[in-house]
Structure formats: C-alpha cells, structure tokens
Ligand binder design. Structure first.
Ligand code: DQA
Length: 149
C-alpha cells in the first residue's frame, strides 16, 4: 500500500489555539485524523509526525527513505530559514508536497521565500486545514502517474 508521511513543524502543535484568524480553529489532532480517514478512503497508509525541532524533522525525513512513498510537509517557520530541511529532502529523493494553511505569498515578505519549494514537487497554500486533503490527493495522483509510466 502507498505510504505517506504527514510531517508538521514548529508551533503547529498549537493549531486551534494559535492565531485562529490566520490558521483556523482546527486542531492538529483533527487534521491528522482527517488525513488518516482520507487515506483509508483512498488507499493510502498515512502516518503523522510533528516536532518543534529542526533536527527531529531532518531525522524524520531521513527515516522516511525506503519506508514511505512521499511526504506532505508543513515546515512552519523553518520553511523560510532551513537549508538543512532543503538538503534532507534533496538527499532522500522522495516526492514532497509543501503545505501551508495560510497563503504565505499574501503575507509578510519574509514568508514569500521558501527553501522547501525548489525541492518539492509542488506547493499548496491558503486553503486552511483542507489543504492537507488536497495535498494527499495531489501526492497520490503524482505517485499513480509515476507507477503507470
Ligand atoms: C505556515 C506559514 C509559516 O509562515 C508560519 O511560520 C507557520 C505556519 C502555514 O501553515 O501557514 O508556522 O507554515
């Protein structure tokens, strides 16, 4: 079965309480449950991990190599700073969908820069918690297309 890692970075454990006017009222537990349920319905095995620590996210990306078929990554603020996450993604050669709840391009200029974008297959942002479902569908289609090549 196709296996997907949903990886969330710093401060996303506070979803639901954290700036709900920007990030919505859905909690991370709700998002992870929705991803698992959507995976069950569409033939994907979904596992989820969140960390506030850059190195733990790097470790999770490394551990996905050979075990997962792809990654959905909301790297939070590390999106805009982390060469280490960019290098980790490039090293494992797994398809990654970059995800943000908010539309980072409509926010402060420092959020417009993404170190993840150059090594991701695509980016979904601005659709709130539903973006995770869109990302799962996009990654599934990408993987299906690759198998039928
Ligand atoms: C975020 C956007 C980032 O700029 C921010 O630092 C986050 C959340 C989002 O999901 O919209 O922590 O990745």
């Amino acid at each position: 079965m196709t296996s997907i890692l949903v990886l969330n970075g710093p401060n996303l454990n506070l979803l639901g309480q954290r700036q709900p006017e920007v990030y919505g009222s859905t909690t991370l537990a709700d998002i992870e449950a929705a991803c698992t349920a959507h995976g069950d319905a569409s033939g994907l095995s979904v596992s989820c991990f969140q960390s506030n620590h850059e190195g733990a996210l790097v470790d999770a990306i490394h551990a996905a190599k050979g075990v997962r078929d792809g990654i959905i990554l909301n790297a939070g603020a590390y999106t805009h700073t982390s060469v280490a996450l960019m290098d980790a993604i490039a090293s494992v050669e797994l398809p990654v969908v970059e995800l943000h709840l908010s539309n980072i391009h409509a926010r402060e200029a420092f959020r417009h820069k993404s170190y993840i974008a150059p090594v991701a297959i695509g980016q979904i942002c601005g659709f709130g918690a539903h973006g995770y479902i869109l990302a799962l569908d996009a990654l599934r289609q990408h993987l299906l297309g690759r198998t039928s090549e």
